[in-house]
Design a protein around this ligand. Structure first.
Ligand SMILES: [Mn+2]
Length: 326
């Protein structure tokens, strides 16, 4: 994001409590982490973390609520082409919006001045948090934090979200994500805001114990989900489908690794009404399938809402686990 005098002026007036920051972000680790940074950078922040299919609706609500002094920040998510056009109209009519995303499916939004979509930055995979942190640091609103701790934190999130941790054999990012799931949104925000003010980004003994227990539980959950995964054929592709209400990235990865012959894996979250598609780097890009159902994401990690069409294709076969239980 190019830091223009207009952006500088806006940030300065927001820091003087003139106007409000509305921060809409993704509801995962890479979505919550930018919110923690906003809460440190600005005195008046209203935030919401949502799933990909809720972005359009929420953006419209916020644009209607916003006043000229306010700023809308989007991180790790992007609106549809249609709602992006609605944002552009609002921006021309004097509302301020900034968006930071790293999903390839949003790359065309770079045509708008208010959007920065980068899959890579500084010769590495980028994430929503790293792009937003770079912006906030450049503009100088995080100088009260410990730079060493902040960098460690952002790198953990980046490494987690891009799977670099797996390639580099670093377990710290995974542990941060485990803790996030364990303690929930608000406790995570509180913890992160505390930790980025410490000299280094390290967990207390209590959190270490919690993590140890959770790691054991995840170990069993992955194996259990793999056991329940049903293999089906969809359009000639070999697919595994399974109901999965938590740790869907890990479950998807685990099943794809264990059953190397699969083209892709579908994780079904019935509570949230979503499908997550996962495939290994050398396999079919699943983002095209997600897009067909109105979703989006990365080439090998994508998602969409459950619809009448995909319920027949993916959800029904996953419920057919009686043969396993018997
Ligand atoms: Mn992300």
């Amino acid at each position: 994001m190019k830091i223009t005098p207009t952006i500088r002026k806006k940030v300065h007036s927001l820091q003087q409590r003139k106007g409000k920051v509305y921060h809409l972000s993704h509801n995962d680790l890479d979505g919550l982490s930018p919110i923690a940074l906003s809460l440190e950078a600005f005195p008046n922040v209203e935030y919401k973390a949502v799933g990909n299919h809720e972005v359009d609706k929420e953006v419209i609500v916020l644009l209607e609520k916003m006043q000229e002094d306010d700023l809308l920040i989007l991180t790790d998510i992007s609106p549809s082409a249609k709602v992006a056009e609605t944002i552009e109209v609002a921006v021309i009519a004097k509302l301020d919006v900034l968006m930071f995303d790293h999903h390839l499916s949003a790359i065309e939004l770079n045509n708008y001045d208010w959007a920065e979509v980068a899959v890579m930055a500084n010769q590495r995979f980028a994430c929503g948090t790293s792009l937003y942190a770079d912006f906030l640091m450049k503009i100088g609103v995080l100088s009260h934090l410990s730079m060493q701790s902040l960098e460690q934190f952002v790198e953990n999130v980046r490494s987690w979200d891009t799977w670099d941790w797996k390639r580099e054999g670093n377990v710290e990012p995974q542990r941060l994500n485990n803790l996030f799931y364990l303690i929930g949104f608000s406790a995570y925000l509180e913890l992160v805001r505390h930790m980025i003010k410490q000299k280094r980004f390290v967990f207390t003994k209590e959190f270490e114990l919690l993590l140890k227990i959770e790691e054991k539980r995840i170990y069993h959950y992955l194996r259990e989900r793999n056991r329940y995964a049903q293999e089906i054929k969809v359009d000639g592709k070999h697919v595994a489908v399974v109901i999965c209400e938590q740790y869907h990235s890990e479950v998807g990865h685990f099943i794809a690794e264990t059953r190397d012959y699969l083209d892709y894996v579908v994780l079904i979250n019935l509570t949230k009404g979503t499908l997550s598609f996962r495939s290994k780097d050398d396999k079919l890009p699943v983002v095209d399938i997600a897009k067909r159902f109105g979703g989006g994401g990365h080439p090998h990690a994508a998602g969409c809402a459950i619809t009448d069409e995909n319920i027949q294709q993916y959800v029904k076969p996953a419920l057919n686990t009686l043969n396993l239980i018997a």
